[in-house]
Design a protein around this ligand. Structure first.
Ligand code: 5GP
Ligand code: ZN
Length: 115
């Protein structure tokens, strides 16, 4: 856990969020500023700042994040119409919270290429 990390505080429940799913490794909660009818953030319970910090020791954890996105899409019922999962990394991608998070966006037609 990293002090002053907003998402570490969400994991510790020091900051409240609308938790959608949680297991030993990951937590999923609604984005506070949704960009689509469904906008969920899926995060590891350990602190990792950006995708640049990922190494082989995280392989299982990354699998857990991706599996959670698939489970949630099915649970919410957007799996047939479709959905998008995104990791933003650093400034050109617009990363604003430096604890990695997988965005799960769905519920409307999503533009491609993204802006
Ligand atoms: P990024 O831009 O880093 O890829 O995504 C960060 C996301 O975190 C944004 O979509 C933003 O709306 C969301 N966010 C920022 N602060 C909070 C918060 O306090 N609670 C929740 N649930 N989401 C937040
Ligand atoms: Zn953190």
């Amino acid at each position: 856990m990293k002090q002053d990390c907003l998402f570490c505080k969400i994991v510790l429940k020091e900051v409240s969020s609308k938790i959608i799913y949680e297991n030993k490794y990951v937590m999923a909660f609604n984005d506070i500023n949704p960009q689509a009818p469904t906008h969920i953030l899926i995060i590891p319970k350990i602190h990792i700042s950006t995708l640049n910090d990922i190494n082989k020791s995280h392989n299982q954890l990354i699998g857990e994040l991706v599996e959670a996105s698939s489970l949630l899409a099915k649970k919410i019922g957007v799996h047939h119409d479709g959905y998008r999962t995104v990791f933003n990394c650093n400034k050109d991608a617009g990363q604003t919270v430096f604890h990695i998070h997988l965005h799960l966006l769905a519920g409307r037609k999503l533009n491609w290429p993204p802006g």
